[in-house]
Design a protein around this ligand. Sequence first.
Ligand code: DQA
Length: 144
Amino acid sequence: MAQRILVLHGPNLNLLGTREPQVYGRRTLAQIDAGLVELGTRLGVTIETFHSNHEGVLIDRIQSARTDGTEFVVINAGAYTHTSVAIRDALSGVALPCVEVHLSNVHQREAFRHHSYLSDIAVGVICGLGEFGYEAAVRFAAGR
Ligand code: DQA
């Protein structure tokens, strides 16, 4: 079982709550993170959450995960999902299992959101389930 799970949020996810609520819901990132930490307590695992709008900062955090005891990564890379070979390489480089999460169903949206640089290196992909996607990913990681 993964005892230590890192949940990463990419660009613009700090705007959750007010950002296109019809697409992303009305809960703030702080509320989502608090719910995940509480879920971790109930499941007996440690959840760390981390947000950055900056690609390099996300990459630095992924690299640190190699040596800080992280056993599983849950990542919503936001728009970097569709653009970032560098985040993909960081995840491959640390060789930690990960699940890719999206709040919205990216496949119902613009064509540029249909491709992900992360999906084929992820254990699984969850999209379109809103914030429950994070919970499902954490439960999966905790039980793995
Ligand atoms: C998103 C989907 C992405 O296409 C978008 O750029 C985001 C959020 C989601 O959670 O649905 O920022 O990752």
